[in-house]
Design a protein around this ligand. Structure first.
Ligand SMILES: [Zn+2]
Length: 255
């Protein structure tokens, strides 16, 4: 913990908070400038200490850190609120999507890996949810954009097994799209038909602003596409996301 440090000021989102010792908080945070890093907020659980009480989920924070070496635990000196997205918590669906996407950010990148695009994506999602954008569609857009940031898509248009062109869609298996002959159909493997594949391509190609202009943000989210995107993403995460089950249950409920 000891050693020289340099001051670092950056905008950040909390990805995971863990109570530590009597009154401290350890946070995994996604910063705009240094990607995912670990911080400690001394006295962060005492509401009497001004500033540090702000270390919480769904807030864009302006943090002053004592930055040590990459991989170290950096101390939070000051935390100021930049943007509060907690209005999203008043809607169950938005809250579940925000929680799950926050966890996906944590599991998608390694500590100290650059994460500015991911930071901007998370901010975009939280802003939209707080403004009342439909949660299921916001989640779909987030998944597609996350896959793109991670360099995982869009899926190839040829089966990796036999090289056949996937003009009729394909089966998602081990994070890729295959023809149905190479992967026997099973319930656990979502099928991506041609229509879903076209929507997916649009999600990859357009900026969030363009998607909004084209009305894609308010179109009902395609459950088949959502499942396919999750299956493309999950093999590339460092662990299975714990919050996904609850979100799936919510999204599968009839409305
Ligand atoms: Zn094949």
């Amino acid at each position: 913990m000891r050693g020289p440090s340099t001051p670092l000021r950056t905008h950040a989102y909390v990805l995971r908070l863990t109570p530590y010792a009597e009154s401290d908080l350890i946070g995994q945070i996604l910063t705009q400038d240094r990607g995912r890093i670990s911080v400690v907020a001394r006295g962060g659980r005492r509401s009497t200490k001004r500033g540090l009480v702000l270390l919480d989920y769904f807030l864009c924070l302006d943090l002053h850190l004592d930055y040590k070496n990459a991989g170290d635990l950096h101390a939070v000196r000051e935390a100021a609120l930049v943007e509060d997205h907690t209005a999203l918590c008043s809607n169950l669906g938005s809250h579940l999507v925000a929680s799950c996407c926050t966890e996906l950010c944590l599991l998608a990148i390694q500590p100290e890996q650059p994460g500015e695009r991911l930071f901007l994506l998370l901010r975009y999602l939280l802003r939209g949810l707080a403004a009342g954008q439909p949660s299921a569609t916001s989640y779909l857009v987030f998944l597609a954009k996350l896959l793109k940031i991670l360099g995982l898509g869009p899926p190839r248009d040829r089966c990796p097994g036999c090289g056949l062109g996937l003009t009729q869609g394909g089966v998602v298996h081990q994070g890729e799209l295959w023809c149905s002959a190479c992967v026997p159909l099973a319930q656990t493997q979502p099928v991506l038909d041609l229509a879903s594949q076209t929507v997916l391509q649009t999600l990859f190609d357009r900026t969030p602003g363009q998607l909004r202009d084209e009305g894609l943000h308010t179109r009902p989210a395609d459950p088949q596409l959502r499942e396919a995107l999750e299956c493309l993403l999950l093999p590339h995460l460092s662990a299975p996301p714990k919050s996904l089950r609850q979100l799936r249950e919510y999204l599968q409920r009839p409305r």
